[in-house]
Design a protein around this ligand. Structure first.
Ligand code: SF4
Length: 242
């Protein structure tokens, strides 16, 4: 039996765009899906400036979703403002769980201590699901080098649960290449990098790196959790598009 047709299309686009630069992949994605049908999703974290810079070089008005969990470091909030101004981004839309739902599901704002998967689900996954409704897909800054979970990231993926595509223009970039882009374009760094942080997420679930750790090992330390759930595994479904 055949794969899901949209999954096949994702594979075809990944193959067709495999020799393109990240900037060219973004341009191709905007052209193929339509820029208005895609949202770039950014955490304004440690490496976010690279993808934001690439998008700004094509269209500074591109829609950019910033998942406002209510637990960002003050440094992240300030950094987001700095990058928005520096790159001239006009399409940044902070999105968060609605206050009534938040109060009902996490009245004391301690869910992250009891059930971090659930906390991520209501503050990130459900918010992104809502944000993507009606869109063809989203653009993510995932890179294969970041951890084992991400080692198989493709340039274009089809997320069957959300029925939308995900474009990862930086999929094959290394940490060294990210660093080189920061230097070449004189991009500001997230202020917490200087304090020893690697990947930067919500403050209750992010710690500085210890010697020899890779960038994401400071997230959800000791909890056996490596991802927030936004990036669902790619599953090859069988049958036709519903
Ligand atoms: S990273 Fe932590 S605080 Fe943020 S949504 Fe997930 S569990 Fe909650």
């Amino acid at each position: 039996m055949d794969n899901h047709p949209k999954s096949d299309l994702a594979d075809q686009l990944s193959a067709a765009w495999s020799d393109l630069s990240a900037l060219q992949v973004l341009e191709a994605a905007f052209e193929h899906f339509g820029g208005d049908n895609l949202a770039l999703v950014s955490s304004f974290g440690a490496e976010s400036a690279v993808l934001l810079s690439l998008a700004a070089r094509i269209n500074p008005d591109q829609k950019i979703i910033f998942l406002e969990t209510g637990f960002h470091f003050d440094e992240t909030t300030r950094y987001a403002k700095q990058l928005i101004e520096r790159l001239g981004l006009t399409g940044v839309a902070p999105m968060s769980v609605d206050p009534i739902t938040r109060k009902r599901l996490d009245p004391n704002q301690r869910l992250h201590q009891i059930d971090p998967d659930r906390c991520c689900h209501i503050r990130k996954v459900e918010v992104l699901d809502r944000a993507l409704q009606g869109l063809s897909g989203w653009i993510s800054g995932q890179k294969r080098y970041q951890n084992e979970t991400r080692a198989g990231v493709e340039l274009v993926e089809f997320d069957a649960e959300r029925d939308c595509f995900k474009v990862n223009p930086l999929a094959h970039w290394t940490g060294r290449r990210i660093e080189a882009y920061f230097q070449r374009h004189n991009l500001p760094r997230h202020p917490l990098i200087a304090s020893g942080y690697g990947s930067v997420g919500c403050w209750p679930c992010t710690t500085p790196l210890r010697a020899g750790e890779t960038s994401r090992e400071g997230r959800w330390r000791g909890q056996g959790k490596t991802e927030c759930g936004l990036h669902r595994p790619v599953i090859k479904l069988q049958g036709r598009v519903g």
